[in-house]
Design a binder for this molecule. Structure first.
Ligand code: ADP
Length: 450
């Protein structure tokens, strides 16, 4: 009950009823005023016509007889015919006939209520005529026109009542129809809030409520996707942690059971697994920070040349050990870039590590940069194995590896490119990969200058 009391449906009905009352009220007020004005004008014209007719009668009588002889009888007749007091005075102002003479009421001419008119015979004014309300009738009958107005008002009230009942019925039906999707939406949102992320609503209409439904569906879709991603991330992380942990466990059990000597080689193998775990945890921490938008960047105008030179220098020993050459080509006029030096160095070394790792002996890796006017472009290219086209769109996804078994045993966390993309995007830049399998890959990222 209280829910209905606060409902939009009730508000619509009340507003409709108010609009109806206001519309009918103003129509009946207008009709009343207009009818009264018309009635006044009609009365005026009628009174004028009556006076003119009486004047004609009297002036004809006078011109026939040249005296006021039978005037009293004629005036009495006209008075009762028109229900008016008719008083005739001669040119000297003496009363010569009064239709109400018999009733013995003195004649007091009242300017506002009476109509005065000169009586003309030939060209001579022979007297004057006054027409006044009769005063005799005891009860004053309701004027015809106001009867019309009140009957009109009565009809308006009945019509209004009928229209009101019909309208309220219509408004109830319409509002129920409009509000049904809102109720469905409320139910769906409630269930969504309780954790059922598969909730969707039907969006058949194109109006605001339809748009609300579509937005709700998009939100539910997003939440479901995020939840799916969260679950798969948990599963992926558990899976990634399990491999090095079970390796460590296996080695330690073998040492304990005397199957393996606890020599330097064994300890180093275990140590490598621990290093891998540490790297994985560190990468995950960085990604979690970037995901939460909590990655703090210390942005400064930096020389790209310096950053690229030091990244290339630090990876060169590894490349040379593998027999891969590394070249750097950067124009001297490349502008300074607003960036977090450490983060961009990490992007470049992630790309360089991958390039060296996937390039066989005798191959080459090159790092180059160019200015695009509003941005700078950095390209890390190699002549390695390349990436199959079907894998290319996924290489920036977390834990995505083109060859999972090989990559996991050789120490990659599967997060290097994901981190690179997050760091570049945190600088409002973009990153993409191009590759020809068997010929090499190019990783290209751009950083805006401003
Ligand atoms: P990983 O730790 O496995 O290197 P990344 O996120 O850095 O993870 O890379 C994802 C996958 O993309 C790699 O496993 C590899 O299969 C592929 N990849 C990345 N860089 C290259 C490259 N330069 N050449 C060939 N494949 C590459």
């Amino acid at each position: 009950m209280s829910r209905w009391f606060f409902s939009i449906q009730l508000r619509l009905i009340v507003v409709f009823a108010l609009v109806l009352v206001m519309a009918l009220g103003s129509v009946s007020l207008y009709v009343g005023l207009a009818a009264n004005r018309e009635a006044d004008q009609f009365d005026e014209r009628l009174e004028e016509a009556r006076a003119a007719r009486v004047e004609q009668m009297i002036s004809r009588l006078y011109s026939e007889r040249q005296d006021w002889g039978e005037l009293q009888a004629v005036v009495e007749q006209a008075g009762s015919l028109y229900d008016r007091r008719i008083v005739v005075t001669d040119s000297e102002g003496r009363i010569v006939a009064d239709s109400h003479f018999r009733f013995g009421r003195p004649w007091i001419p009242r300017q506002r209520e009476s109509r005065f008119m000169p009586i003309v015979s030939g060209n001579e004014e022979i007297g004057s005529l006054a027409l006044a309300p009769s005063e005799i009738q005891e009860t004053i009958a309701e004027p015809a026109i106001s009867r019309v107005v009140s009957s009109l008002n009565r009809s308006l009230i009945w019509t209004g009542l009928a229209a009101g009942v019909g309208g309220i019925l219509l408004v109830s039906l319409m509002s129920r129809r409009i509000l049904t999707p809102v109720r469905e939406l409320t139910l769906a949102a409630g269930r969504l809030g309780q954790g059922d992320l598969s909730q969707r609503v039907a969006t058949s209409s194109r109006d605001e409520i339809g748009q609300l439904g579509a937005t709700f569906n998009a939100m539910a879709e997003g939440l479901e996707g995020a939840e799916r991603q969260r679950r798969s991330l948990m599963a992926d992380v558990a899976h990634e942690l399990r491999t090095p942990l079970s390796n460590i466990q296996g080695y330690l059990e073998a040492v304990r059971d005397g199957l393996l000597e606890p020599d330097n080689a064994t300890i180093d193998t275990i140590y490598q697994q621990v290093l891998h775990l540490t790297r994985l945890v560190e990468d995950l921490r960085l990604l979690a920070l970037a995901d939460a938008g909590a990655l703090s960047l210390s942005l400064q105008e930096e020389s790209l040349q310096e950053v690229l030179q030091s990244s290339v220098a630090s990876c060169r020993p590894r490349a040379e050990a593998k027999g891969v050459s590394v070249a750097l080509s950067i124009p001297s006029e490349i502008p300074l870039v607003q960036m977090d030096r450490t983060r961009i160095a990490q992007v470049v070394s992630n790309l360089l590590d991958n390039a060296i790792f996937h390039t066989p002996q005798g191959g080459s890796v090159s790092v180059s940069a160019e200015s695009l006017g509003s941005a700078v472009r950095i390209i890390v290219a190699d002549t390695g194995e390349g990436i199959p086209p079907e894998d290319l769109p996924q290489v920036f996804e977390r834990f995505y590896r083109v060859d999972p078994s090989r990559a996991r045993t050789t120490g990659g966390t599967g997060l290097g490119l994901t981190i690179a993309r997050q760091l570049v995007e945190a600088h409002r830049g973009t990153i993409r990969a191009e590759s020809t399998p068997g010929r090499g890959s190019r990783f290209i990222f751009e950083l805006p200058l401003a």
